[in-house]
Ligand binder design. Structure first.
Ligand code: ZN
Length: 203
């Protein structure tokens, strides 16, 4: 009994490890990444400010930012898959004075090729997207069950996140209040354009 349970647990752990390791290699291309002026193997900080509003279903924030702290990180060097780790995205001036804050770490992969030049627009997606909306009259959690799509434009240094509600990728839970505008289990869309000053280039 004990052995059978241990074997079952081991198999489950193995399956989990394979699933967890899979997307990093299966869904992102490999790039030579430059950040903050360096393409040597290492890291560079990533900061950004929005050039658009941040929309998250019925919640609209006049601006959004990836702040300096907690640090978000560009992985620099050759043969990079996990281009960017976003550790915080916050919205400001949001509907109903709510706060919008990311949770966890989001990982960005690219899926189209980049040249050595600095004018590529690369299709990207984000793994692990989750956010919390919190306010006096509305609270809910948004969780990504799949990949949140976007683009990174080298020339303008803009990361555009554009995920339609119809894709079903982002799901709402833990709803409190919100005047019936969001329901547990419903899909939600997300849109924002973030301009970075961190000199991110893919080659
Ligand atoms: Zn991926």
């Amino acid at each position: 009994m004990y052995i059978r349970r241990a074997l079952a647990t081991g198999a489950a752990l193995l399956a989990t490890a394979v699933l967890a390791a899979g997307p990093a290699h299966a869904t992102g291309l490999t790039y030579t990444v430059s950040g903050g002026g360096s393409s040597a193997p290492g890291t560079a900080p990533f900061v950004a400010s929005s050039t658009s509003s941040l929309t998250l279903g019925p919640i609209v924030c006049t601006s959004a930012a990836v702040p300096a702290s907690p640090a978000s990180v560009i992985t620099t060097g050759p043969s990079v898959v996990d281009i960017l780790t976003l550790n915080r995205l916050t919205g400001s001036g949001c509907t109903g004075s709510t706060s919008v804050t990311s949770t966890g770490s989001w990982t960005m992969h690219g899926t189209t090729t980049a040249t050595a030049g600095s004018t590529d627009v690369v299709a990207v997606h984000l793994h692990g997207v989750s956010l919390v909306v919190a306010g006096a009259i509305c609270r809910f959690t948004v969780t990504g069950a799949g990949l949140v799509d976007g683009t990174f434009d080298e020339a303008t240094q803009r990361l555009t996140i554009s995920e339609p509600a119809a894709s079903g990728t982002l799901t709402v839970s833990n709803v409190s209040g919100c005047l019936g505008q969001v329901q547990n289990g419903s899909s939600i869309g997300m849109n924002v354009v973030l301009a970075t000053s961190s000199a991110l280039y893919l080659g």
